[in-house]
Design a protein. Sequence first.
Length: 510
Amino acid sequence: MSLQTSTLNHMMKTSLREGQLNDARVYFDNNPTYRDVVSWNMMISGYVKSNQIHIARQLFDEMPERDIVSWNTLLLGLQKDKDQESTYQLYLQLQSSGLRPTSYTFSIVVSSVLGTVFNVLVPQFHAKIVSLGHHTSVYVGSALMRGYTDLGDHSALYCVFDDIVNKDMSLWNALILGYMELGLTDEAQKAFNRMPKKDVVSWTTLVDGYLKNNEVERARYIFDEMDEKNVVSWTAMITGYVGTDKCLDAIELFIQMMRLGPRPNQHTFASVLAACAKHSELLTGQQVHASLLKHGINIDIVLATAFVTMYAKCGDIEAAYCIFKEMPGKNLVSWNSILGCHARHGRGRAALDDFEKMINSGLQPNHITFINVLSACAHAGLVEEGERIFGCMGKTYGIQPEKEHYACMVDLYGKAGNLDKAKSLIECMPFEPDIVVWGALLGACGLHSDFEFGSNAANELHNLEKNHPAAYVLLSKIFGERGVWNSLTDLKQIMESKHMKKQKSGSWIG
DNA sequence: CTAGGGTTAG
């Protein structure tokens, strides 16, 4: 290596460390004769880190010779870009290039298949990794462990873990996470107890694991035992409460966090807004909004969508639509949220208009999009429009109607008074009707006081789930109108036991 | 010059 090359690389390294990608590029461009493979790799890495994968790829293609770091860096870029197709293609090209893949290579390539259909390749990667002797790497190991967790293979999960001699904390944490995701809470707890050293991530993984397995009490007990809690630990606990419908506990914990915990972040606010939305706590939601502004938290797309959902579910449609309109970038979830808002408030036309706008913006709808649009049509009595959407969802958008979509159509026909059409749709649908479907028909029967259809639907519902509240409510309406009360003596009791707590009032955010 | 762990919206 000439002196000039080492100077060039030093200058580039300094610029990159300061985040000055363009400065590094100027040094690189001005010294074509002194560049070596490391100079090229540094530039590729710089573009990968700033998510400019196209430029990284361009440099990779242009460079006169590539070493394994060049390949690994571009693989990392493609993985970060979630382009698993190209990642795998590049890995195949690497195989025929004659260069030997390293443990870096496998940790990247295995990570790229996680959560995709290519996850089935994990055992083959594993075999290859063992044959090349890379199975002792903690980086490769943690990627493989996540892969086997997704495949539901707990013994392979442990084998990979066991193969690694120098286990670090991340690897132990991956084992706990894997067991928790597979529902093996006892194994997870045992692993936690066996760990030589634990950090806040280990504790949080355990707490979150119990929450995901619906063991809320145990999660809270461990949460209280933690002596080092950070924003992630608090947020995990709050999110866990929301997920198990303990919204008031979630809000209470959030208040406690504001008083004596770490500063909440976007994740925290998104969760507590979800709690407000679920529990229709408009006042609390507004206070959260105010305190978020006070904390100077940046409202990103996720948080803005959480606000739209919260305001929509709490009935403040104006606020919901206002935030939605002002959002700079709207993604699928944002659109689904506003479509759900229209649906809840019976604004069928608005839903159809926004659905069209969403399609025109180039987004691909998913099954939730159609649930929201169809239920908006049902609420607004737009039978023909609903039929048209239902008909095209599979043909035009490749989304096959699921039970929920049929339930929307049953609701649509039912509300419009066309009980025959609703019934024949139930008969020809490719699923066994469930609670939701029968419930929709029952609702329509209640609306139109149809005793015959109604008792049939109620019977079906009763067979599927005893004491379903919807059945009681609607039967009371039908039977009540006909003066048939004797079978409903315990109705009032049931309703009282489901009584919701009243919303607290007053400000609690200082 | 390249790699891994826990928390967000429908």
